[in-house]
Design a protein around this ligand. Sequence first.
Ligand code: SAH
Length: 395
Amino acid sequence: MVYKKVYLKPGKEESLKRFHPWVFSGAIARVEANPEEGEVVDVFTSKNEFIARGHYQVGSIVVRVLTFRDEPIDKAFWVHRLEVAKDLRKSLGLIGNPDNNTYRLVHGEGDSLPGLVVDVYDHTAVMQAHSAGMHVDRMHVAEALQEVMGDVVRNIYYKSETTLPFKADLLARENGFLLGGSPENVAMENGLKFHVDWLKGQKTGFFVDQRENRRLLERYAQGRSVLNMFCYTGGFSFYAMRGGARLVHSVDSSAKAIELTNENVRLNFADDSRHQAYAEDAFKYLDRMGDQYDLIILDPPAFAKHRDALRNALRGYTKLNAKAFEKIRPGGILFTFSCSQVVNKENFRNAVFTAATQSGRNVRILHQLTQPGDHPVNIYHPEGEYLKGLVLYVE
Ligand code: SAH
């Protein structure tokens, strides 16, 4: 197989030599033969040496590297990458675990498959393309997925309508099943059941990345009054209930999210009066609430999607956390998160530090949290470390 070539400007191969998987538009001298959006291309240095092969896309990241070796991007390639991804999840004890059939099987760059996300919910894999190339190759990926996962994956739902670059001229971008079509949508995380709305829900239907952090929360819940702010489908809430919380209040501005939360709580704890859910804006709720909570979770959506929004995002985190510090009971525990990729650990910690100073309370860090192993960080792509969390004791 011969691929079209993209040539780099002199000296622009340095990051590729360190296996960073992106080629930015500024690094490119010329593109040969006008490749289509999503086509596989070869990257050559200015000295005419092969250096990488990946998906082409018009935009600031022009090539997303699939391999640094001269190997064909064919069925064997996809099967091999997915086998490695599966093996990693196996090492984590995530495959064939009757208590937990929910996990991320493919985490983009973290699994050397930039632009591809696959979450598994029991027998359904929800596949998301974030790049033109993964959209173009979706059927190849689906085929390989079937081969590698065998009977574990009986349905593949493709959900990329909102994640594909909207400017790219791509055909057949609508959501739909590529395999099977089962409406069965109850999955299990650490022994707790939840509905997944892969048809309409955010992301792939559930936030799989908080699994371990939810489990940690459960250990702190005994006898506490819990506020789960930005609850979405209620993940932290049902763990808090199993952990023996005295009461759990879930808040999200989306009425649909509140509906899903109520449904999930009912699935696990029918007729349990400890839980209440409210569809309300976070800042309004934090302003009007009293000081009844001694365990608060703040897991907001990404405040900054781009680097230029960083400063505003940090102000947002400070404002939000300051409200929690102001109201949380003495001896309270705060689980606070940021999932913005452009906000790094130091930035986030500083924002929370500023909020703590404003409240004047004594605050101690108990745990520093991140994403779980099924959302691995490629060591050559540190940007992939996106989830940051702190568990704080507030005197
Ligand atoms: N903690 C959740 C994931 C949170 S996702 C989990 O464990 O699954 C972020 C959520 O914040 C979304 O459900 C979104 O509807 C909600 N949200 C966004 N802006 C909000 C606001 N201003 N007030 C309250 N909720 C908000």
